[in-house]
Design a binder for this molecule. Structure first.
Ligand code: NAG
Ligand code: NAG
Ligand code: NAG
Ligand code: NAG
Ligand code: NAG
Ligand code: NAG
Ligand code: NAG
Ligand code: NAG
Ligand code: NAG
Ligand code: NAG
Ligand code: NAG
Ligand code: NAG
Length: 726
């Protein structure tokens, strides 16, 4: 237990050290099985790369895992006679061919066949203790040491297993007067070696002709007989490779990888995450099938050599996601389009929505199966493309696309002008966004929705003709794009102007006026009636629904004008006017006087009468005399009349063609009396008959009756009797 804990600590330290040297990417393998040096090398070549090559950098790493007191074969031997040319020197190369740039002999090693020859050889070689070059110098010197046949010293041969060796067992080796290269630093060796040249060239009993190098657990080297069975250390360069993924679809992928180094028995493929798979393969390729779309797979390929997994080649990849289904537009407004779709089979991490019009292209992402795309231009054609994507955006599904126009925007400032009896001019402002034209719907009457005019126009105004007079017209304008896609309509209500009324008739009495007329064809309208007198308005009545109007309490004999026009909405029809007089009333009597042959008549105007004329007449039927005049004042004098005559007069109020009933009467001119004598002789059988005031048969009575009949009261006359009794 304690030992394994110690091992763990070692492993931990070694691992830390290996991290430090990770740049070398060289891995070391401690093999506990005991083999001869050649067997060990062979095993290393088959299952790793070679026996270890030691360097100042790796020696610490390696030794820290060694079991203390154990010897290990390393990749160095005196001569590689079997593999190398005879020209190469001893101790010159490592098993992997690297030059021997570093030595770490335990004192007393290597062992030479005999002592140094009597040669002064070192005088020049030992005065230069520099660092890296000193190693080289030392090596050169070392080669020269090798040349003489020096017999080996007794060393470790007594203990062939090496298992019980310890540092102490080497201590006496330093006592021998042999030239040795010692542990670094090199300076010490350089100083001492020329001083201790032996004289006796005896063959050392520890000398091994074909020696191999074993390393002590603390790192120093000793020579051993190559056939000894020892544990050993192999190395291998860390294998670096990568799995390549090709032809990825939504359900398959082709994997390829690099061959591993050396004798790879097979490759172990492991697939994780979306699918668990483990396969032993000899090919360098594998077809993965039955994968799930849009899923991440983690692949490792371990080359296997002597049942050992080498560093795996790895790759992680996503399969292609499936494309979305049933992409459709659920709502369209002027500036937005709502899309929805069905999730594709397999896995999808998110969706990429591409919005494209003629110029711009925008990408947005969505986690859900739907999106509202906003800030669009009204009336424009957009293509919406939806792709499924995976987390790292490495793969995209096929596109699903749909094209759609946004709704055209509403027109603004819709106005009607120039209303006439049968036409209207409609104008508006171009809406924002794109518009290819407009549809204008004109509904001719409030309730007659089937009686409509449809127009397609490409300008922002239109004159609508052929409309009925005096009618409420409803006009709506809708913007179009692609000539088919409609926006929301904008509606305005207006009226055509009404036509003129006809047959305006005015019936008057002396204080009232009754106007009647005929209405033109139209549905929704009123009349306005104006009453004027002498050019000024007396009364205005709007909202008249029936085609007649009566005005009361008017002045008599006044020239009233009535103006009537039709009103539809804010529009007036042409006015029609007519004038008529109220009937006149007769004047009332003032005073009638006569003087001489004149008669002066004065009267009062009738009440509530505007300025009028009067017709004045005077006549005497006795004289066959007629006089008349028209005046605008309220008295008149007739002169040059017969005296003593009874004149009849008439005064009428005149109003237009109308005249009032007369104010009538008579008046006598002053009489200028003249006597006319008439003599009669009355003889009668009865005397009484001549008597003037007797019976009616009397002559006088009869005579009076006669005159009366002749003159009557037309003129002034008197009949008197003067009797003469003879
Ligand atoms: C040995 O030397 C010969 C020529 O001298 C050469 O062709 C050959 O490649 C050498 N072999 C090795 C292993 O160096
Ligand atoms: C080394 O010694 C061996 C026998 O021990 C001999 O065969 C060989 O020639 C000697 N070499 C030298 C360079 O002295
Ligand atoms: C991928 O597919 C193409 C065409 O089907 C084929 O030519 C190619 O060899 C494939 N690649 C791999 C690595 O299988
Ligand atoms: C792969 O080989 C190893 C031995 O190397 C074995 O344990 C494992 O069961 C094998 N796996 C498969 C899937 O054949
Ligand atoms: C839309 O999708 C159809 C097939 O679904 C394709 O033919 C067409 O080219 C796509 N249109 C655009 C604009 O991507
Ligand atoms: C009304 O019509 C007359 C001619 O018919 C035209 O001169 C005038 O400009 C029009 N008014 C408007 C506001 O369109
Ligand atoms: C409107 O349409 C008429 C034909 O219907 C065409 O002659 C005219 O050029 C168009 N005007 C505009 C501004 O498009
Ligand atoms: C545009 O109008 C034409 C016919 O005028 C029609 O065939 C087409 O489908 C319309 N385009 C769209 C996207 O509605
Ligand atoms: C105008 O729009 C309203 C409400 O959308 C609709 O009821 C009416 O029928 C439309 N009028 C016309 C003339 O299209
Ligand atoms: C006005 O005259 C018309 C036609 O003569 C008559 O029918 C109507 O009763 C009169 N109205 C009044 C108020 O006198
Ligand atoms: C017309 O009549 C309506 C109600 O019947 C009233 O509101 C309006 O003021 C009237 N117009 C005039 C000019 O008298
Ligand atoms: C009555 O008045 C109208 C309008 O003022 C005028 O045309 C007409 O001549 C007048 N009638 C008479 C008899 O004065």
């Amino acid at each position: 237990m304690a030992k394994s804990l110690k091992d763990k600590v070692y492993v931990l330290i070694c691992w830390a050290l290996m991290l430090m040297y990770s740049a070398a990417e060289r891995e070391y393998f401690w093999q506990s099985s005991r083999l001869s040096w050649t067997g060990a090398r062979n095993h290393c070549q088959v299952c790793f790369k070679e026996l270890v090559t030691l360097t100042p950098e790796n020696i610490q790493t390696i030794t820290c895992k060694l079991t203390s007191g154990t010897l290990y074969w390393v990749g160095l031997r005196k001569n590689f006679s079997s593999t190398s040319n005879s020209t190469s020197m001893s101790w010159s190369r490592w098993a992997n061919g690297d030059p021997l740039a570093f030595q770490n002999w335990y004192p007393g090693w290597p062992v030479f066949k005999s002592s140094f020859p009597k040669r002064d050889c070192c005088s020049c070689s030992c005065t230069c203790p520099t660092k890296t070059t000193s190693t080289m110098t030392s090596t050169t010197g070392f080669t020269e040491f090798m040349t003489p046949n020096v017999t080996g010293f007794s060393g470790l041969t007594e203990d062939p297993t090496g298992a019980t060796e310890n540092v102490n067992s080497f201590t006496d080796a330093t006592d021998r007067n042999v030239p040795v290269t010692t542990l670094l630093p090199v300076e010490a060796a350089c100083v001492r070696s020329p001083m201790l040249l032996p004289d006796v060239p005896d063959t050392d009993k520890n000398y091994i002709e074909d020696s191999c190098v074993a390393m002590l657990s603390f790192g120093a080297w000793v020579e051993k007989n190559c056939s000894e069975l020892l544990p050993f250390i192999c190395y291998e360069d860390r294998f670096i490779g990568q799995v390549n993924v090709a032809n990825v679809t939504n359900e398959s992928a082709v994997l390829t990888w690099l061959p591993g180094p050396g004798n790879i028995s097979h490759y172990r493929l492991e697939v994780k995450d979306g699918k668990n798979l483990s396969e032993n393969l000899t090919d360098l390729t594998y077809d993965l099938v039955d994968l799930t779309a849009g899923t991440k797979y983690f692949v490792q390929v371990f080359p296997v050599k002597c049942d050992r997994n080498l560093n795996p080649q790895e790759v992680a990849f996503y399969t292609t996601p499936n494309k979305v289904e049933n992409l459709k537009v659920t709502k369209v407004t002027e500036t937005s389009v709502s899309l929805s779709w069905n999730k594709a089979a397999g896995n999808v991490d998110f969706y990429l929505i591409q919005v494209k019009d003629e110029q711009i292209q925008n990408n947005t992402e969505s986690k859900t199966e739907g999106i509202d795309v906003n800030n669009l231009i009204p009336g424009s054609l957009y293509t919406f493309t939806v792709k499924s994507g995976v987390q790292d955006k490495s793969r995209w599904s096929e596109e699903s696309n749909i094209t759609k126009y946004t709704k055209p925007a509403k027109v603004s400032n819709l106005m009607v002008s120039n209303n006439t009896n049968d036409s209207l001019q409609l104008s508006w402002m171009q809406p924002v966004g794109k518009v290819t034209g407009f549809r204008v719907v004109v509904r001719k009457a409030r309730n007659a929705s089937n009686d409509s005019i449809f127009l397609k126009v490409n300008e922002t105004k239109v004159t609508v003709t052929g409309l009925p007079m005096g009618t409420e017209i409803t006009l709506s304008v809708t913007a179009l794009t692609n000539c088919t896609e409609e926006g929301d309509n904008v509606t305005v209500v207006s009226y055509t102007a009404p036509g003129p009324i006809s047959n305006l008739n005015l019936f008057t009495t002396h204080d009232s006026l009754n106007a009647t007329w005929m209405s033109p064809e139209s549905d929704y309208s009123f009349f306005t009636v104006k009453l004027q007198l002498d050019g000024t308005d007396v009364k205005t009545i709007s909202n008249v629904t029936e085609p007649e109007m009566r005005f009361d309490s008017l002045k008599s004999a006044a020239n009233y004008t009535v103006i009537v026009y039709k009103v539809s909405g804010h529009l007036k029809g042409p006015p029609v006017e007519s004038s008529n007089f109220t009937l006149p009333l007769p004047p009332t009597l003032g005073k009638v006087t006569s003087s001489g042959n004149q008669i002066m008549i004065e009267w009062n105007p009738p009440v509530n009468t505007s300025t009028v004329n009067y017709s004045v007449k005077i006549s005497s039927s006795f004289w066959g005399h007629n006089l008349s005049d028209t005046v605008n004042n309220t008295n008149h004098t007739f002169s040059g009349l017969k005296s003593g005559t009874k004149y009849y007069y008439e005064v009428r109020t005149l109003a237009g063609v109308w005249s009032s009933t007369p104010l009538a009467g008579n008046q006598c001119t002053d009489a200028v009396k003249r006597d006319i004598s008439l003599s009669m002789l009355c003889s009668s059988a009865e005397p009484l008959l001549c008597d003037h005031n007797s019976t009616k048969e009397s002559v006088f009575v009869q005579l009076h009756a006669y005159f009366n009949k002749l003159l009557g009261d037309n003129i002034f006359w008197e009949l008197t009797k003067q009797d003469t009794e003879n």
